[in-house]
Each structure stands twice: as structure tokens, then as C-alpha cells.
Design a protein around this ligand. Structure first.
Ligand code: NAD
Length: 253
């Protein structure tokens, strides 16, 4: 079965990757691509105005909308999907509590799958972190993420997800974002560092150190294509499911 997909932020970096990945697959068919600015053609798909999204959803009847945009637009587009009965896959980061609450509201009307990271490697890294942290009781933990120089939110959504994983298995910890001047480490703190440079697609390192040893768990995304592929896997998996909130790990399992 071919899943009918709508893509938002089509002129953005991830939107373009999703359109490129979709063109190489026969389980998804892009029936709509929108962006704030209409008129461009991306990967052979004509980009239309996001302002017309409610009408366009009714007209093109996609099964799933794939969203990599900004926090406000993600919530706005998801609400339009709730009205139109279209499932939502979103990887937009920087949502904040209000954004997640709004997205969860949408999940009472249509299926919603949100992931701060759509790579299989990050899913494996998260499982490794959840195992390593309790095994290395009392070790210091420092998390470093590196992204391209145009990334807006910091720390990355993926870093926040990993920090939640650490809190889950070790109890909530004080997060220390960068250090400057007289800044000694306190026991149990988790250091968080965000680097922005060049066109790096995404790197995350969890460093655990203590007892005269250190363990470094690192993931590097070679290109944004890995996230686009994961998001389209999620779209194909989500289509036709009941309204509700779904997780990327369910797709991988
Ligand atoms: P980008 O700036 O290249 O593209 C963003 C697109 O969204 C653009 O087309 C822009 O016009 C549109 N947009 C942004 N804010 C908008 C708004 N308020 N209203 C309407 N349209 C808006 O960014 P990108 O690198 O493609 O990343 C987009 C999002 O995806 C970011 O939140 C980023 O952190 C996230 N991301 C997630 C994953 C993942 O696996 N979950 C991977 C990479 C990026």
C-alpha cells in the first residue's frame, strides 16, 4: 500500500531531505508540499503556501503529514491535521511544555508520532545510556552535542531526550550548561554542552567517568538523510492507526 504524504517546511533542510528520500521509495507518495514561501520546486515537487494548508489537506487528502519546521508552525499544522483527520509525524524540536501539550491534544483526534531524533543509531544510543548509567553508579556524566551553525534551539531536542533518559534511570539531576570562571563540579551534576559549527548534521556524546576509567558513547549522523528515512518509516507505520500518541521506538520494534 502506498501512503499519501504531505510535507511541511518543504524549502527547509529537512523538508528537502524528506522529499528526496520519498522520491526513492515506492511505499510513500508525496501528494502535497508546503512552505511559508510558495512557488519553488523542490526535488521535482511544487511547493505551495503553508497559509492554505487547511484547504490543501481537504483537497489532496494525505494520510500523514511529515513536519520538520519550527515550534509554533508545528503546533499550527498539527491542529489543521486534527481538523482534517490526517496523521502527524513531527521531528520539530524546541517545542517546550506548551507545544507538547498542544501536540498531545491533537493526538486525541488523530495519530501523532513525535521523535526528537529519527535515527536508529540514536535509538540504540539511548538504550545503551539507560544500561550504562545504572551500571556505573556515581560516575560523572557530561553530555555534548554538536550541530550546524544555523540550528536555533540549544541544547538539541535529542540531548533533552537523552537527559530525560538519564533522569529516568538515575533520578532527576542538576543540569549545568557550560562552565565559566570558578565553576567546580558538584556530585551528581550532569554537564551539558552545545557546540554549533559548519554543516554538521548532528553529534551526541555521553561521557561517563569515575573509578579511574571513562566510557564515551557517541553517535554521529553522517547526513540528514538518516532522519528523513526514519521519519518516512514512521509515516508508513503510522498510517491507518487509531488516534493516539506514538513513539519512534514502536516503529523500530
Ligand atoms: P530549516 O530552517 O532548514 O527549515 C525549517 C523550515 O520550516 C523552513 O522551510 C521554514 O520556512 C519553516 N519554518 C520554520 N519556522 C516556521 C514558522 N514559524 N512558520 C512556518 N514555517 C516555518 O531547519 P531544519 O534543519 O530543516 O530543521 C527543522 C526542524 O527539524 C528543527 O526543529 C530541527 O531541530 C528539527 N530536526 C529534527 C530531526 C529529528 O530527527 N527529529 C533531525 C533534524 C532536524
Amino acid at each position: 500500500m502506498t501512503v499519501r504524504v504531505a510535507v511541511t517546511g518543504a524549502t527547509g533542510r529537512m523538508g528537502g531531505e524528506v522529499l528526496a528520500a520519498a522520491a526513492d521509495r515506492d511505499d510513500v507518495d508525496v501528494v502535497l508540499a508546503v512552505s511559508r514561501s510558495a512557488g519553488e520546486t523542490v526535488e521535482g515537487v511544487a511547493v505551495e503556501a503553508a497559509a492554505d494548508l487547511p484547504e490543501l489537506l481537504a483537497e489532496r487528502d494525505p494520510d500523514v503529514l511529515v513536519d520538520f519546521t519550527g515550534p509554533e508552525s508545528c503546533v499550527e499544522y498539527a491542529a489543521a491535521c486534527a481538523e482534517a483527520g490526517v496523521a502527524v509525524v513531527s521531528g520539530t524540536t524546541g517545542l517546550g511544555d506548551d507545544g507538547f501539550d498542544a501536540l498531545r491534544d491533537v493526538a486525541s483526534d488523530v495519530p501523532v508520532l513525535y521523535a526528537s531524533n529519527f535515527s536508529r543509531g540514536i535509538a540504540a544510543l539511548r538504550r545503551a545510556v539507560r544500561e550504562a548509567v545504572p551500571a556505573l553508579d556515581g560516575y560523572d556524566i557530561e553530555l555534548t552535542e554538536t550541530h550546524h551553525n544555523a540550528k536555533r534551539d540549544a541544547p538539541s531536542g535529542t540531548a533533552l531526550t537523552i537527559l530525560e533518559d538519564i533522569d529516568d534511570v538515575r533520578g532527576a539531576a542538576e543540569r549545568v550548561h557550560g562552565r565559566e570562571g570558578e565553576a567546580p563540579r558538584s556530585e551528581g551534576d550532569v554537564g551539558v554542552h552545545a557546540r554549533r559549527a559548519g554543516d554538521i548534521a548532528g553529534e551526541h556524546e555521553v561521557l561517563l567517568a569515575g573509578n579511574h576509567e571513562s566510557l564515551s558513547l557517541t553517535h554521529r549522523a553522517g547526513s540528514r538523510g538518516v532522519f528523513a528515512a526514519g521519519a518516512l518509516d514512521a509515516a508508513a507505520w503510522l498510517s491507518g492507526r487509531d488516534a493516539g500518541w506514538y513513539d519512534f521506538t514502536e516503529v523500530l520494534e
